[in-house]
Design a protein around this ligand. Structure first.
Ligand SMILES: Nc1ncnc2c1ncn2[C@@H]1O[C@H](COP(=O)(O)OP(=O)(O)OP(=O)(O)O)[C@@H](O)[C@H]1O
Length: 263
């Protein structure tokens, strides 16, 4: 279970009022579920995601992951607790002068695993999960975008986390590669029971993967519902999700089902 309670995150702006990126957000994400977070650019999605592992420490509010209140930990305790939380990014964030295997091993090094052979075995296991063992000795520049993201998923899984945070994981990928990466994320969730939180601006990603969807607007969480409802409910242009869907070119005035199940 991930629990965000009254989280507000403000960024200081020189000579101006602070930017309130996230404002008073409370959200409970059940263990083993897939939570999508969607909204316009600048809505606060990435900041909220980074609040979950305290990459961005909330200005106000509490964050609890797997029974541990992260916001109450000191730096060393937080470093330990973060092994429970993997993260992947739109830009993959691989280290270019390390091989695929070394990239995955690196996260185990950061997690404090001192035994090199243990690191190698665990890194190899993680590469197997995303079927990319044959690239173990390749360098990132020798991989396609989809392969790089699979390596990034392996790196995130190597510490055997309970939670995987995904920040626009498929935005740099073509539709076919997107489908493959989403399938691996679905497998990881189903087979390993890992809770997945995915920030995206692509409604197709939400529909393909998420159990629940949260809509953000202006730093606030304005709606939350099961993503299955995307296929059923009528979303009027007055609703946040309606505005969002319209921005994607999906007609909402007669409801999603009338618009052909949203594309
Ligand atoms: N480190 C920072 N310093 C100052 N302002 C920031 C910082 N990070 C984010 N912001 C501001 O906070 C607001 C929310 O940003 P955030 O990146 O969380 O939104 P987003 O919904 O993820 O947007 P996008 O879809 O474009 O990535 C924006 O106004 C942004 O400019």
């Amino acid at each position: 279970m991930i629990s965000l309670r009254n989280v507000t995150t403000a960024f200081a702006a020189r000579g101006k009022d602070p930017v309130i990126a996230v404002e008073d957000v409370s959200l409970e994400i059940p263990q083993g579920s897939i939570q999508g977070i969607i909204g316009f650019s600048g809505a606060g999605k990435s900041t909220l995601l980074r609040n979950i592992n305290l990459l961005e420490r909330p200005t106000v509010g509490e964050v609890e992951v797997a029974g541990i209140e992260l916001t109450s930990l000191d730096d060393e305790e937080l470093r330990q607790a973060r092994h429970q939380i993997g993260m992947i990014f739109q830009g993959f964030n691989l280290v270019n002068n390390l091989t695929v295997l070394q990239n995955v091993e690196l996260s185990l090094k950061f997690a404090g695993e001192r035994n090199r052979s243990v690191r190698q075995v665990r890194a190899a296991e993680a590469l197997e999960i995303v079927d990319i063992t044959e690239k173990a000795t390749s360098y990132p520049a020798q991989l396609s975008g989809g392969q790089k993201q699979r390596v990034a998923i392996a790196r995130a899984l190597a510490t055997r986390p309970e939670v995987l945070l995904c920040d626009e994981p498929t935005s740099a990928l073509d539709p076919f590669t997107t489908a493959t990466v989403l399938q691996y994320l679905a497998d990881v969730n189903r087979d390993l029971g890992i809770t997945v939180v995915i920030v995206t601006h692509e409604m197709e990603v939400i529909k393909a993967l998420a159990d629940d969807v949260a809509v953000m607007e202006g730093g606030r969480l304005v709606e939350k519902f099961p993503s299955a409802d995307l296929h059923r409910e009528d979303f009027t242009p007055e609703t946040s999700i309606g505005r969002y869907l319209m921005s994607e070119g999906i007609s909402v005035d007669r409801g999603l089902s009338a618009a052909g199940g949203a594309r």
